[in-house]
Design a protein around this ligand. Structure first.
Ligand code: SAM
Ligand code: SF4
Length: 452
């Protein structure tokens, strides 16, 4: 039995986007949103400079901007829907966080992520098109996803990343609250302003060392200065009022960058940054071995030797990292402990790979293709903007009663099928992933082809 969650079908959302964007432009319907909150949601609410005193002897009246926000909040509470069964697994984990890999390509070659010779790339026609990514995003948001992260490969190398983010940004009106990016920061500084306008709310930037020579060893490429430029631009934008979270992801490998742990910790003395140290994980082609991995406990010991006051702070329930602070420091520290302490119990993530497979666990090798189902009515061909135009026309006709429910494209049917496939995959999600001993021998994609 399929029970579709009430609310506008995502195909209609896609339809509106196409209607607004036009055939060749692939643009968001409104461009940067000028809302009561400022430009897009990426920018913090500016307090009005003028005071609005209420009439005497009455409760103070909220200024118009705050009244709008209150009204929006009340509206969203009124519209809140029960969480979708399709995104709830048998352990009652509700998956409201979707990570989408938007490219297999990268401008770095990190030692821990991919083999030196690179990885075989999928033929372009196997990769999701931007309309398909938008469509799947809107489908998941219609089911209760509130956070989308774009990753890769290196997401900023995708040519149309800005219009893609603008279009996904429009899903804020459908319940999307966070639009985040995981990036190596090499070319981020060139695109960041546009991304913030599109609604970007968080950046996880991968940087494993503060030494430019070590950077070249770990990434097999140059680019340290460009990454620092991106970090500076993010901090500048935060100072200007952008509502943008910055986290630095640092994979720690023995014999390579454990010396960088303390310099990274010290970045947080004055900078409002969270640095997250990641235990080195095994993936296909990354030559993992236990000896190269530095455990969470060992990292804590290294930091405590210099900063004995280091203390754990309470994090958010779905956090994958354990958060710490050092009294007097502005920044925070985090540890992603996938190898020594799994955090499967509170996992709320799903992943879509660049070639359109749904992956319910980073360490699980079972995948289902959403792409093939999505393209069934397009003769298996990639759905470009033109094909979406056609779907839109048919859908509009259907809604005006000009066509029956079963259209030539069968879109309504297809959407139901997609949700069933997604729901079945989510229900198959295991309680927890394999432990360290098994993971290293398990077949999985290289990390670059999963999207971390
Ligand atoms: N290119 C982007 C970047 O580097 O941030 C996004 C994709 S990358 C695959 C996503 C994250 O996975 C990065 O933070 C990276 O450090 C992490 N990662 C890759 N291989 C890893 C491994 N073997 N162990 C732990 N983390 C890994
Ligand atoms: Fe590229 Fe990110 Fe993998 Fe490094 S970790 S090779 S930057 S995808």
């Amino acid at each position: 039995m399929v029970s579709i969650r009430p609310g506008p079908p995502a195909a209609r959302t896609a339809t509106r986007w196409i209607a607004a964007g036009g055939k060749h432009s692939f643009r968001a319907s409104h461009g940067p949103l000028h809302t009561a909150r400022g430009i897009a949601t990426g920018v913090a609410i500016q307090k009005p400079t003028v005071d609005f005193p209420g009439p005497p002897n009455r409760l103070p009246v909220a200024p118009p901007i705050e009244r709008n926000i209150l009204r929006e909040r009340k509206e969203s509470i009124k519209q809140a829907k029960p969480f979708s069964d399709f995104l709830t697994d048998t352990f009652n984990r509700q998956h409201d966080y979707l990570r989408i890999s938007i490219t297999e390509r990268c401008n770095l070659r990190c030692l821990y992520c991919m083999p030196e010779e690179g990885v075989p790339l999928s033929p372009p026609a196997h990769l999701l098109t931007s309309p398909e990514i938008f469509y799947l995003s809107s489908l998941f948001v219609s089911q209760g996803v509130t956070k989308i992260r774009l990753t890769g490969g290196e997401p900023t190398v995708r040519r149309d990343i800005l219009p893609l983010m603008q279009s996904i940004g429009t899903l804020r009106s459908k319940g999307l609250r966070e639009l985040a990016l995981t990036t190596n920061g090499i070319s981020l500084h060139r695109k960041l302003d546009g991304m913030v306008e599109a609604g970007l709310t968080g950046v996880n930037l991968s940087l494993d060392t503060l030494d430019p020579f070590q950077f070249q060893i770990m990434t097999r490429r140059k680019g340290f200065d460009a990454v620092m430029k991106s970090i500076e631009r993010i901090l500048e934008m935060k100072n200007l009022g952008a509502n943008l979270k910055l986290k630095i992801n640092c994979v720690v490998m023995r014999g390579l960058n454990e010396r960088d742990i303390i310099p990274f910790v010290e970045m947080g003395r004055e900078k409002d940054i969270e640095v997250r140290f990641i235990e080195y994980m095994p993936f296909d082609g990354n030559k993992w071995n236990k000896g190269k991995m530095i455990s969470y406990q060992e990292m804590l010991d290294i930091i405590r030797a210099k900063y004995p006051d280091l203390r754990q702070v309470r994090g958010h329930k779905n956090d994958t990292s354990k958060t710490y602070e050092i009294p007097g420091f502005v920044g925070k520290l985090g540890f992603i402990t996938s190898m020594t302490h799994n955090f499967c119990g509170t996992c709320n993530r799903l992943r879509i790979t660049s070639d359109g497979n749904l992956k319910v666990c980073l360490f699980g090798n079972t995948e289902v293709s959403l792409r093939d189902l999505l393209r069934k009515d397009n003769n298996g061909q990639p759905i470009d903007e033109e094909a979406f135009e056609a779907i839109k026309r048919v859908e509009m006709d259907r809604r005006q009663g000009l066509l029956g429910d079963e259209t030539a494209l069968g879109w309504g049917e297809r959407e139901r099928e997609l949700l069933e496939v997604i729901g079945a995959a989510v229900k198959r999600k295991k309680e927890k992933h394999a432990g360290m001993g098994q993971l290293e021998n398990m077949k999985n994609r290289p990390m670059i082809l999963i999207g971390g």
